[in-house]
Ligand binder design. Structure first.
Ligand code: THU
Length: 135
């Protein structure tokens, strides 16, 4: 981790990013924050569409934005925070990143990279997806 940034701070940024979600259909807001080795933090939030299958998860939006905005930087860590606006008390429940997002993480992050999940804590990407698809 960068000395200027600890994983708890990155988690707070992911929680804050939930307010940026466009989730009128599920009402389930997800925020993500990606920390780069140059110290930059790139945020993401889920963006839904009336054609539901076009929805994109918060983690992928953050990862793709980071790749486009900082092509040479390495991703050190990712934090994710999720919750349901209609059931706020369930916001504390564990929400693990979906399998598709884990596969995208593998493309851009090392197996040793840290993934902070709200209500769970920190795991390595290798723990989250031990047998990824690779070409
Ligand atoms: N979602 C994410 O943003 N990340 C995940 O890892 C799983 C699900 C979003 C997609 C959709 O907008 C809402 O959560 C409900 O599935």
């Amino acid at each position: 981790m960068s000395s200027a940034h600890d994983i708890g701070k990155l988690g707070s940024e992911a929680r804050g990013a939930r307010s940026r979600a466009h989730a009128p259909y599920s009402k389930f807001r997800v925020g993500a924050a990606v920390l780069l080795d140059n110290g930059a933090v790139v945020l993401g939030a889920n963006v839904e569409n009336a054609s539901y299958g076009l929805t994109c998860c918060a983690e992928r939006i953050a990862l793709f934005s980071a790749k486009v905005q900082h092509p040479a930087a390495k991703i050190v860590a990712l934090a994710v925070s999720a919750g349901d606006d209609e059931h706020p008390h369930e916001g504390e429940r564990t929400r693990m990143p979906c399998g598709a997002c884990r596969q995208v993480m593998v493309e851009f992050m090392a197996p040793t990279a840290q993934v902070w999940i709200d209500g769970v804590g920190t795991q390595t990407l290798g723990e989250l997806l031990p047998a990824p698809f690779k070409l």
